[in-house]
Design a protein around this ligand. Structure first.
Ligand code: SF4
Length: 333
């Protein structure tokens, strides 16, 4: 809630706090798009001369697309423009579903293998925490909203696969026994499943083609369309390279990204990057071997204040807050 008369709460600070707390794709993308828009506003404002703090507050809310919530009587608790209270039925249904989702997530056994999906992350220590199934810091468990987004994302694979099939592609997503195609190495300590493999279809490509699909929020989706998956989302590119190598599918892979806000579909071919695949495979071996030897791998940051740890933009790249930051830095080394 913004008190427009409070000159000590500038927009940049609020955005930084929101950015540090962003966890889900949506929150991350939201903060990033807000930052970009505020940067543009700042540049325009600089051309026109100095702006007052109140002007910046109002501009921030304009960018956000929301009305300012004005505390008409500072400290009274009454805020004009605050969202209307939710009807009891909405709160009750959401609460019942969210409680069930959190309980289901907690009951799932932690992963005991390194998955290719996270190997492209910057910090080997973080990958090691994940591999070891170490509990996330307090307050860093997946929020119900995040769990809903994850599940919706998984299900879009089936939707997009259906679209390929009605378009005449021969897309294989499961073995005869109903299990997903995938690979396993290091006695099951490193494994992953692929979304599918295109064997033939009405569009000219070098078949067979590895297929990898992601559902993305609008901001991420636009970034991928503009820069391509390898630059915009290197973690996905690392995943694709590993699949191509381990599944012996060296033809350019087909990456599809579904915009979960507009349902637009982006497709691009990703040539096999053998060097990247080798690098990621080596990382998996490093993580497994160090963990089995009881050694901690080096941190990718030197201070807990690094954007990599607390979350935020660094060198043009977004980092979500590390869910193990407290564990990592408490009682270092
Ligand atoms: S807190 Fe930072 S250094 Fe530690 S595991 Fe997380 S990302 Fe790596």
């Amino acid at each position: 809630m913004i008190d427009l008369n409070d000159e000590t709460a500038p927009w940049t600070g609020l955005l930084a706090a929101a950015t540090a707390n962003a966890i889900t794709d949506f929150e991350v993308e939201f903060c990033e798009s807000l930052r970009q828009k505020l940067e543009k506003f700042g540049a325009r404002a600089a051309d026109r001369g100095p702006a007052s703090q109140a002007d910046l507050h109002r501009a921030g809310w304009r960018v956000l697309g929301a009305r300012p919530m004005i505390d008409l009587n500072h400290g009274s608790g009454f805020n004009y423009g605050q969202a209307a209270p939710r009807p009891p039925i909405a709160a009750a249904v959401s609460s019942a579903i969210d409680t069930a989702l959190v309980a289901r997530n907690r009951s799932e056994r932690p992963r005991t293998y390194v998955s290719s999906s996270g190997l492209g992350r910057d910090c080997l220590r973080q990958i090691q925490y994940d591999f070891g199934g170490l509990p996330r810091d307090e307050g860093q468990e997946f929020a119900p909203k995040t769990l809903r987004i994850f599940e919706a994302g998984h299900r879009t694979e089936d939707i997009v696969a259906g679209w390929f099939r009605i378009a005449g592609f021969d897309l294989r997503t499961e073995r005869l026994d109903g299990r997903q195609f995938g690979f396993e190495a290091m006695a099951g300590r490193f494994k992953s499943h692929i979304d599918g493999c295109l064997v033939s279809g009405p569009v000219a490509m070098d078949y067979p083609v590895l297929w990898e699909n992601k559902a993305l929020g609008a901001s991420s989706w636009k970034d991928v369309v503009k820069r391509g998956v390898s630059l915009a989302r290197p973690v996905y590119a690392a995943q694709i390279a590993l699949y191509q190598a381990y599944m012996d599918l060296p033809n350019p892979a087909l990456f599809t990204a579904l915009n979960r806000d507009t349902m637009e579909l982006h497709s691009e071919l990703v040539p096999f990057d053998a060097r990247l695949a080798q690098e990621m495979s080596d990382r998996a071996v490093t993580v497994v071997q160090a963990s089995e030897a009881g050694e901690w791998l080096p941190r990718a940051a030197t201070e807990p204040t690094a954007m990599l740890c607390r979350g935020g933009m660094a060198a043009g790249k977004w980092h979500a807050p590390c869910p193990w930051a407290s564990r990592c830095w408490e009682g270092r080394p």
